[in-house]
Design a protein around this ligand. Sequence first.
Ligand SMILES: NC(=O)C1=CN([C@@H]2O[C@H](COP(=O)(O)OP(=O)(O)OC[C@H]3O[C@@H](n4cnc5c(N)ncnc54)[C@H](O)[C@@H]3O)[C@@H](O)[C@H]2O)[C@H](O)CC1
Ligand SMILES: [K+]
Length: 483
Amino acid sequence: MISADEMAVVDENAAALGVPRKQLMESSGNAVARVVREVAAPGSSVAILAGRGNNGGDGLVAARFLSEYDVTVHLLGRAETISTRISRENWDALQRADVDAREMRDSATLDLGSPDVVVDAMLGTGVTGDLREPERSAVDAVGETDATVVAVDVPSGVDVDTGERSSPAVDADHVVTFHDEKPGLATLDCHTTVADIGIPAAAERVVERGDLLRVRRGGETKGENGRVFVVGGGPYTGAPAMAAQGALRAGADLSFVAVPDAVSTAVQSYAEDLIVQPYEGDRLTPERVPDLVATAHDHDDVVVLGPGLGTAEETLDAARQFLDAFEGRAVVDADALSVVPEVDTDADLVLTPNSHEFVELGGEDVEAFREHTDAVASLADELGHVVLAKAKTDVVSDGERTRICRAGTPGMTVGGTGDTLAGITAAMLATLDPFESACVATYVNGRAGELVTTERAPGGGLLASDLLDDIPRAIWGDDGADP
Ligand SMILES: NC(=O)C1=CN([C@@H]2O[C@H](COP(=O)(O)OP(=O)(O)OC[C@H]3O[C@@H](n4cnc5c(N)ncnc54)[C@H](O)[C@@H]3O)[C@@H](O)[C@H]2O)[C@H](O)CC1
Ligand SMILES: [K+]
């Protein structure tokens, strides 16, 4: 089962992996034609109703695969209004192929005649709101025929996730859907075919740019896009500052940094955007913990615990006590990781170990990558938290789902790239579940590294702080469009 949103992610990941949508559309159209052949003998009349999006494009492709039938294509609208490039290319190809393909300029002129088969390629997963004209009238016209109705992907007017029908909606005899079953189709009383359209399995396993489609904007009120609370610093000052800035660059509204007052001026001096909250001392100690936990709970903050804390015994005690008491969402990184196996926390954690920390956490040290992914899954399962195991190829697992991410460049082995990753993960945790947050964040951090490397440090010398500037572009691209 796959939802429409998830399908869009997989589809874009397939394109990123070198299988562009136009290729998938060719398979989709072919699959539709195969079902038409199952329901009607050659020579039968087939009316293909094509909308102006990619669902329509599938119908246009199907027309090319049905040369032994009497095919008429009805485009719902003018060719200039076709909304995607690949559908337009397929429309143009039909024109040159001398297929009977008509533009329906006004809904009153739609005359389907009495075809043996209607292919409903009007609306697929891209439908929004109640049906508008001319689709509305076209759906009614389909209902008035005695034809066998073959719907492409989903009957037009039916919500592919819920099965909810708009009024009107197509009553299909057959649905040809793509790649995987869809929850909404299971509720319909019709024959469903799931067609393999050649999406590589890696499009679901590898985190790629399609995963950016998950990134959400919470809203217009300050804080709705996340408040991140970094508990770090003491012996080190750069790490907490970098994590906090990474969170802001990844879209969090506010980044607070709780640090010992001995280093608070230094941390603040790195970036005026940070809200530094000093506590007394020169490192984190257990007596600070109740206040820190209360602050995080009060504001429903996403916590980053670890960057720059150091390994003093009382600091690790404090980290242990923090996790015992905290009940929200947190990223645990660096020195704080070592205490995780010893605590029984109610918090939802994303753990971000490097290969050394992975073994310290109890992960199995194995050579083969396949075995390593299994080891990450086992550790996540054992600990009950999401593990993001950092390496050349990152592995993310919650024990059940395991994905890998290859984004990044060799230059990212420099210190501090883990801090930006922790911050980005925290920003994502404000609106996404822990597993998705870790997946998206590892891609974004790696992608930012690629941008910096290509444009500013092709020969080497990348700094983790360079990544900060490029995180927004890694998520939202150059034009600021939705990812
Ligand atoms: N990997 C895949 O799953 C593939 C799927 N393919 C097919 O592509 C469609 C989804 O295509 P998309 O262009 O995103 O959307 P639609 O064609 O479903 O709809 C867009 C189209 O419809 C108009 N529209 C939207 N809402 C309404 C409305 N309420 N009333 C009237 N018109 C509406 C909008 O203006 C656009 O013109 C998927 O279902 C598959 O069939 C590809 O083949 C690639 C692989
Ligand atoms: K359809």
